[in-house]
Design a protein around this ligand. Sequence first.
Ligand SMILES: *Cc1c(COP(=O)(O)O)cnc(C)c1O
Length: 497
Amino acid sequence: MPEYISTRGGENPISSAEAIIKGIAEDGGLFVPTEIPKIPRNFINQLCEGDYEFRAENVLGQFLTDYTDTEITTCVARAYGGSRFDNPRRAPLRVIGDSFSVLELWHGPTSAFKDMALQILPHLLNKAMKKLNEKNQIMILVATSGDTGKAALEGFANVRGIKILVFYPDGGVSKIQRLQMVTQVGKNVEVIGVNGNFDDAQNGVKKIFNDRDFNSKLENLGVKLSSANSINWGRLVPQIVYYFSAYADLLARQKIQNGEEINFCVPTGNFGNILAAYYAKRMGLPIHKLICASNRNDVLTDFFRTGKYDRNREFFKTISPSMDILISSNLERLLYHETGDSARVKKFMEDLSTTGSYEIDSELHEKLKSIFWADFAAEDETLDTIRRVFNSQKYLLDTHSAVAWNVAEKYQTATGDHRPLVVVSTASPYKFSPSVLQALGKRLNDMDEFKMLERLHEISEIPIPKHFIDLQSAAEIHTSICEKNEMEFRVERFANP
Ligand SMILES: *Cc1c(COP(=O)(O)O)cnc(C)c1O
């Protein structure tokens, strides 16, 4: 039965419910299972026969052993059941041509992969609070540069015992991103623009989390702050499901034989999505290589090639903005699992915070290279990939998924390994329509964002996700803007209206 400990060693083992409530360990480390469960024989065969919800119940049950079957079933039904996803398969696998399949993780309510986890995390958290008799109300605090805020709002809206407050930089998000957030309905949600940029919003939120006096003041009001960011175990574990689901789909369609190894190529930022694939592999899913795809912020490519993680480099704003990251937080979990040595992990993380870099020894480096392969796509390669794949396969990739496709091609060329390869696709092309239209050689001039959706629809004939269309007539509910130094006050007012 897995229990959870900190990657840095400073915490007694706790249950998964406690780990999900705490989010991050008190010593600054991330929660990891003490043991990675091995899947029973026939597990994958059984998954083939079920739908996504069935697959999710079975995979989550391997890790969340302190949740009852009924609790897991309820959480899964609330997240993936009903009509919140626009595809009955939830995470459908599309076989494209002879070489690649694409795992589409963007059929949720915000058309991007964060929905896969943020749709279920609130329910796992709600159940955890009941199990542990948490008397306080939890307030989720988010600073967003656009997409995560909306995905969190969609997940947490109207979940009992939890409130959510999102701060976004006023003027620093696209017109559609702003509309998505300010039109959010729900009794427990608040959205506020900050007069400043994303860093201002993020620093403000960090300051609030670290202000002990303020936090005890809130606790007196019966409110505890928490975050929904990608280091929470409750966000990672739901992502393991779709790797099993993709394999089961390939098997069910007789594209592979049971036990045959396949490769996954994952577009990576914080190393969360690809780490979920690593857990699947460790559980016994037949995966040969995990291909780590970065954009021009290629800190992970260098790490896997040289064994040195070095964030001291120029930061680029790219057309795949959700991967513009220099500190891939979830890498810490991989280092723990591959060393089993929390003192060493702690030292790496201290080095990272004091000097901006750390270096692993050659033994560990070789181990990681036997599991992972890494490369990156430059901006022009990403645009070129979108155009090429659309022209040859009539399949339209978004910018993040195109990074993965491009790196997958590089992998096959470099290694000659032609095992079945699944490209993980993390966003609908509509989510990044300006860059996608540019890739297809279309002039944008000063086309309105909604016009761009229509233009993309004319070209691709893919239906525009309904939530984008509805935005044009939705009421703006959350129109308030605050100054940087007013953020704390706004949190307090939302805690105690
Ligand atoms: C968040 C995100 C990623 C990166 O995922 P990580 O788990 O941070 O590696 C890739 N693509 C899209 C569209 C995203 O939103």
